[in-house]
Design a protein around this ligand. Sequence first.
Ligand code: ADP
Ligand code: MG
Length: 260
Amino acid sequence: MTATLDANPEIVLKSVGMCYQTDKTEVVALSDVSVEIKKGEFVSLLGPSGCGKTTLLRIMADLIQPTSGEVEIGGESAKNARLAQKYGIVFQSPVLFDWRKVKQNILLPLEMLGIKKMEREDRVSKLLELVGLTQFKDKYPWQLSGGMQQRVAIARALAMEPEILLMDEPFSALDEFSRERLNEELLSIWSNVGNTVVFVTHSIPEAIFLSDRVFVLSPHPGRLSSVVDIPLPRPRTQEIRNSPEFYQLISHIRERFEGV
Ligand code: ADP
Ligand code: MG
């Protein structure tokens, strides 16, 4: 199964395979995954636990190297893309520094890269505005709700103005209400920033609500089993979740998992 689409795709994976070597056994986490994602696209990697979503995201980010196949980011190696700071990554738990205030957490990558103070301050104000946390800039992470902490993590990932935002189940620890609200907020941020987003989730409605396309992965070994276009109009609002088209897409994708 190959997801092909664009003349100049931003992310290209060719027959990627990943085999983890443990003491006694080998785990084939991914087998023959070929994907093309275009610039500015919002895609989700959807599948049950253990099907290789995190592995695939880490390969895209050059945090691990695949045991077979190739990865190209904007026509270059994933390593070059990483060195050129093309990625912003948001993990499942926000990984914030408890002793730094919200604003200082977002500033961290900018300080590490030696961006000048004036520009740093300017960027952080815009980011705080973008994620709706201006009023909370002087709070500590532990004074915020889980959803707000995840928004800080998103702002920090966006601080380097990454061309590619990789998100690994960023909202899975949140209650359904916060999650739905953050889904909408994420789309509004994305429509402002216009970067490419790869979003990992095991929630079918979440993948549909957010994405232009959903890449369905199946386990043992992890492989791409289908690619589903989501033709729902944008901007997407809560009403879309109640539309017949939304329900049809849910059952369409659910059928992809039957017999998995
Ligand atoms: P997902 O994110 O979809 O839950 P993962 O990519 O984390 O899936 O894992 C895919 C498979 O690879 C699982 O069977 C998991 O146990 C295995 N795996 C992941 N990381 C490692 C590792 N570092 N060493 C050995 N096996 C691993
Ligand atoms: Mg995972």
